[in-house]
Design a protein around this ligand. Structure first.
Ligand code: GLP
Length: 251
């Protein structure tokens, strides 16, 4: 595991974008695993700026997103389909047909989940997976208790995740109760993983990833077993960490 501690979110955004751009330049047909949420927004802005300034091309890149809400149509303003278009895809030269997200409106969601894993495999698997982390240690929408062996599946969102994501909706009631997400095993298949952790609220989750027991109760702890994990975390993410952990990291 490599850990890069950065001063603040701006630096996290720059460094993570550099990692993606390096991957795209080294392999112009790379398959990227992408995440939503507030954390990677700055990363995506840096990719867009780089595209404008340096003309990095994504014409042969394929992307797979981690998750989508169940019941939100792809044109719904709060769907992750829409998030990805607005915040990234519309500003790159990536062909729309190379960008994939699970379909949260599929009539047979189990089948859709299965199809999604097969689709990732058929494209040769993910080269670089970008991840954020939930306050309770979730990755994608894999809530505490999700088996580490899970493939793409349907989940019921916890109250804390719905509350954390309510800021994007007009009320908590509007936040969907279920989502379709790549499972822990699907995520762990990526050749490289880049976990982005920013802000005090993620401090406990970061502590668990670095020092806690590897347990299904904290989904992100599975990542410690990944052979090519890089964590970029800002100083704020170390805020509430017991002193001992902070020392270990900064050594
Ligand atoms: C959602 C997403 C996750 C994301 C998490 C944290 O639950 N499904 O992929 O990592 O939010 O989001 P944020 O970066 O806004 O804190």
């Amino acid at each position: 595991m490599k850990i890069l501690v950065v001063k603040n979110k701006d630096e996290l955004s720059r460094k993570s974008a550099e990692a993606i751009i390096d991957t795209v330049k080294q392999n112009p047909s790379a398959v990227l695993g992408l995440a939503t949420g507030g954390t990677p927004l700055g990363t995506y802005q840096n990719l867009i700026r780089d595209r404008q300034e340096n003309k990095t091309t994504y014409q042969r890149i394929t992307t797979f997103n981690l998750d989508e809400y169940v019941g939100l149509d792809e044109s719904h303003p709060n769907s992750y389909h829409q998030y990805m278009r607005t915040n990234l895809f519309d500003h790159l030269d990536i062909p729309r047909e190379n960008t994939f997200l699970p379909d949260g409106t599929a009539s047979d969601l189990e089948r859709e989940a299965n199809r999604y894993d097969k689709l990732i495999e058929s494209r040769g698997g993910i080269h670089l997976q970008i991840l954020g982390i939930g306050e309770n240690g979730h990755i994608g929408f894999n809530e505490p208790g999700t088996p580490f062996s899970s493939q793409t599946h349907i989940v019921e969102l916890t109250e804390s995740t719905r509350k954390a994501n309510a800021r994007y909706f007009s009320s908590l009631d509007e936040v969907p109760t279920h989502a379709i997400t790549m499972g822990i095993a699907s995520i762990m298949k990526a050749k490289k993983i880049l976990l982005l952790v920013s802000g005090e609220k993620k401090s406990q989750a970061l502590y668990e990833v670095l020092h806690g027991n590897i347990t299904e109760q904290v989904p992100a702890t599975a990542l410690r077993n990944h052979p090519a994990l890089t964590i970029i975390a800002d100083e704020a993410a170390f805020q509430n960490m017991p002193r001992q952990a902070g020392q270990l990291i900064f050594q």
